[in-house]
Write a protein that binds this ligand. Structure first.
Ligand SMILES: Cc1cc2nc3c(=O)[nH]c(=O)nc-3n(C[C@H](O)[C@H](O)[C@H](O)COP(=O)(O)OP(=O)(O)OC[C@H]3O[C@@H](n4cnc5c(N)ncnc54)[C@H](O)[C@@H]3O)c2cc1C
Length: 429
């Protein structure tokens, strides 16, 4: 019988980090191990990332993890574009934000506390034209939310204020590492695989302090008493209307031959629904068989935002066989709208999936999360990770977030509690 003081719900990067941080003194219940850091490998040998592909190197929290898997680690200097126009006359721009802001003059202070929302921020700092040409269409497509409803916090560390301009390699991920998710999962599992229960958590009862979950193998339902608990499922956040999330339709596409261009990722024209195309095979040689290359496309959508036509084709196509010709048609059509004219006949493999995409950084959402955290803290329940704490976080933030929780579990102080409640660490990274 497994015994532990702590039960962790969800085995994504945050749950796994916490399990390691607690030196295995916890039970982790999860539907799958790795969550968004998993890769899906097709029968023809293409490997597609479900979520994270790149890791920044500046944070010691994440460097520590990365240093243990050096043989599979590839380091990169970012290469990305934004496309404008439709395919035929499409042009690509490199680093439009970082390299073109030099000449802007603004009196607006760097501190963003004056700015209630991203629309206001963009107009005051970058002006109307830039807002309409870039900031609004870019953000509204990815977040599926009006610019005026988005919090400025999410651009901190991502978009440079003209006054702080240093060089074009500025930014969270101007250079980064890539390691296959399966290697990271192995690192976390090495010592703690016996602490993991594969199952689906059905409910958490705060009254009698039990977790109800269903075993994956036999379908038996169990109840476990909890002492302390982390939830990464987002369940507690349900019903808080300000905490919106969107969905992402992914297409992983394996293609014959070499790519026409070399890049890491490219944002599609703003009048099209494909947000981003990643040339996945440029990250690591193991991701596509030799003589081929691969793309990963992301199409955000939500019930509040009009769903692009491609989503209904995709959802229909997914009901048919994987790799069906309708899926190949949809994938090559979507690639074309994003500016990549890949012939359907050259497509070897298509992997498609619809999943929860991003927690949307609505104005005021941090405050709501802090209130929920505080309420649950008093019940000995802790929230962490992308869905638990409702944060659009990269790997380094997720790892740090789990560490903040561990610190609070082991060492209660008002300071640690404040960090935990406000996710303050994020803005200091
Ligand atoms: C499209 C996309 C691209 C991204 N790109 C990058 C990138 O390039 N670089 C980067 O640093 N980050 C990137 N990220 C973000 C990064 O992948 C995530 O922030 C991080 O992996 C989230 O970890 P997590 O543990 O918080 O959540 P998750 O990985 O979502 O883990 C949650 C876990 O809980 C389990 N679970 C859920 N419900 C239940 C239940 N009821 N019972 C049991 N288990 C349950 C899930 O199966 C899963 O294992 C990207 C994310 C997305 C979506």
């Amino acid at each position: 019988m497994l015994r532990a003081d702590t039960i962790i719900l969800g085995g994504g990067l945050s749950g796994l980090t916490l399990l390691k941080e607690l030196s295995g003194d916890a039970i982790l219940i999860t539907k799958n191990v790795g969550g968004l850091i998993q890769n899906y490998v097709t029968p023809n040998g293409f490997s597609f990332d479900l979520g994270g592909h790149v890791y920044n190197s500046s944070n010691p929290d994440i460097e520590e993890v990365m240093n243990v898997i050096p043989n599979t680690l590839h380091s990169h200097r970012k290469s990305w574009w934004i496309r404008s126009g439709t395919f035929n006359e499409s042009e690509k721009y490199t680093f439009p934000v970082q390299s073109s802001m030099r000449s802007l003059v603004t009196d607006t202070p760097q501190d963003t506390s004056w700015s209630p929302n991203l629309e206001d921020y963009s107009i005051k700092i970058f002006g109307e034209a830039f807002t309409e040409e870039f900031f609004r269409p870019f953000n509204e497509r990815v977040w599926t939310t009006a610019l005026s409803d988005l919090d400025v916090d999410w651009v901190k560390g991502r978009v440079q204020h003209p006054r702080e301009f240093s060089d074009k390699n500025w930014g969270l991920n101007s250079s980064f590492y890539y390691a296959p998710g399966s290697e990271i999962v192995k690192y976390f599992l090495k010592d703690f695989s016996n602490n993991i229960i594969n199952g689906t958590v059905l409910s958490v009862n705060l009254g009698d302090k039990t977790v109800r979950y269903q075993d994956d193998l036999s379908g038996v339902i169990y109840y476990v008493k909890y002492n302390r608990l982390i939830d990464t499922t987002g369940r507690f956040l349900e019903g808080e209307s300000i905490l919106r999330r969107n969905y992402i339709a992914y297409f992983g596409v394996g293609v014959e031959g070499s790519p026409a261009y070399d890049f890491h990722w490219c944002y599609g024209p703003f009048d099209q629904s494909v947000h981003r195309v990643t040339l996945l095979s440029s990250y690591h040689p193991g991701l596509a068989p030799s003589g081929t290359h691969s793309y990963l496309m992301e199409i955000p959508f939500s019930s509040e935002y009009r769903s692009p036509w491609i989503i209904s084709v995709l959802l229909r196509a997914m009901k048919t066989k994987p790799n069906s010709s309708i899926l190949k048609f949809a994938a090559s059509a979507a690639l074309r709208t994003a500016g990549f004219p890949i012939e359907k006949e050259k497509v070897i493999d298509v992997w498609a999936k619809v999943s929860l995409g991003y927690p949307v950084p609505m104005v005021g959402s941090r405050k709501v999360v802090a209130q929920i955290k505080e309420k649950l803290f008093n019940q000995n329940v802790f929230l962490a990770g992308r869905w638990g704490a409702h944060g659009y976080w990269n790997w380094e933030h997720i790892v740090t977030d789990a560490r903040v929780v561990r610190r609070l579990l082991n060492d209660y102080s008002q300071d640690n509690l404040n960090h935990y409640l406000t996710s303050d660490f994020y803005y200091k990274v």
